[in-house]
Write a protein that binds this ligand. Structure first.
Ligand code: ATP
Length: 134
């Protein structure tokens, strides 16, 4: 079966590069399923899981937004942060979730509320990716 090279890159460096049969992710416009030969495009991603289907194996990655660039034989994901389940620290994510919930409950200025909301989404996404909970 045909494959495409998937590369996930963050400001801290590359997280993954390998060949897969399909990439599923959540763009701001909705769910996307990318197969080899897809038309070129660029799309902003939400805080969500990226699923990579390979031959007999699959991988999932928690991404904190960023961009997806598609070419017929390659998908590049540029994200502010991206973690495989094995790299996710559950304790840290739980604490981040609690902190964010507290901040949101304190009814601070709008900008702080939105920051806390994003932090909450990142924490929940990490916990969901770790648990394979979708
Ligand atoms: P925290 O408040 O715990 O720092 P955060 O959502 O604000 O969480 P980010 O700014 O998204 O953190 O990420 C900063 C760096 O820390 C990135 O390299 C990211 O991959 C890493 N990181 C954040 N949370 C976790 C986690 N729970 N497990 C593993 N790595 C994490």
């Amino acid at each position: 079966m045909k494959t495409l090279t998937v590369s996930v890159v963050t400001p801290d460096g590359p997280v993954l590069e390998d060949a897969y049969q399909m990439v599923s992710c959540k763009a701001e416009s909705g769910e996307l399923g990318i197969l080899p030969g897809h038309i070129p495009m660029v799309a902003p991603l939400t805080i969500s899981a990226v699923r990579l289907k390979g031959e007999g194996s699959s991988e999932r990655i928690a991404v904190s937004g960023g961009f997806l660039e598609v070419r017929p034989d390659k998908v590049t994901i540029l994200a502010q942060s991206a973690e495989k389940p094995s790299d996710i620290d559950v304790d840290r994510a739980r604490k981040a979730k609690e902190r964010a919930e507290q901040r949101m409950a304190e009814k601070q200025a709008d900008i702080d509320f939105r920051r806390a909301e994003h932090a909450l989404k990142r924490a929940i996404n990490r916990l969901d990716v770790k648990d394979n909970n979708f």
